[in-house]
Design a protein around this ligand. Structure first.
Ligand code: RP5
Length: 170
């Protein structure tokens, strides 16, 4: 069981949180994407059901600590992203973590079906890398250098497809 932050930076801009350390196998992709874009972030286990008080304080304090986006991953009865979104104005990106049963559909539906007024930007089942990239895009709206890096990344993806097409034709 993880009791200390898995990763932290002195002034994190993004919080990567998950319901259990068992979610790290998926959520590490979000942390890696943020690292790829040079975004300082913190990683923490915060459980909606096992540590409800910590969930509330994490959400309520996030904005004042300078956190500008929260990536929250959980599996099964995945209440973490929605509950965080209910106590902070910081944008929350939800990652449905697939577990052994139901192929992650339970996680997806728990996260995506939010009531009007409390949005969670939900990525695909297991889509933690896209969550990291979406956080980069959000921060990029007020950081031109970061937005340039996001655009360069998209161009690189485009170039990789073109390279594969040329190889197919060789
Ligand atoms: C959820 O329960 C967690 O997000 C995790 O996906 C799932 C199982 O947790 P563990 O029993 O592996 O700690 O709250």
């Amino acid at each position: 069981m993880v009791t200390e932050p898995l990763h932290s930076s002195s002034s994190p801009l993004v919080g990567v949180v998950m319901g259990s350390d068992s979610d790290w196998r998926v959520m590490s992709d979000a942390s890696q994407a943020l690292t790829d874009f040079g975004i300082p972030h913190e990683v923490e286990v915060v459980s909606a059901h096992r540590t409800p008080d910590k969930l509330m304080s994490y959400g309520r304090e996030a904005r004042a600590r300078g956190i500008r986006a929260i990536i929250a991953g959980a599996g099964g009865a995945a209440h973490l992203p929605g509950m965080l979104a209910s106590v902070t104005a910081v944008p929350v990106i939800g990652v449905p973590v697939p577990l052994a049963y139901l192929d992650g559909m339970d996680s997806l539906l728990s996260i995506v079906q939010m009531p009007a007024g409390i949005p969670v930007a939900t990525v695909s089942i297991g889509g933690a890398r896209n969550a990291g990239i979406l956080a980069a895009r959000i921060l990029g709206t007020s950081d031109a250098d970061l937005a340039d890096r996001v655009e360069a990344y998209a161009r690189d993806l485009e170039g990789q497809v073109e390279l594969k097409n040329r190889r197919l034709k060789d």
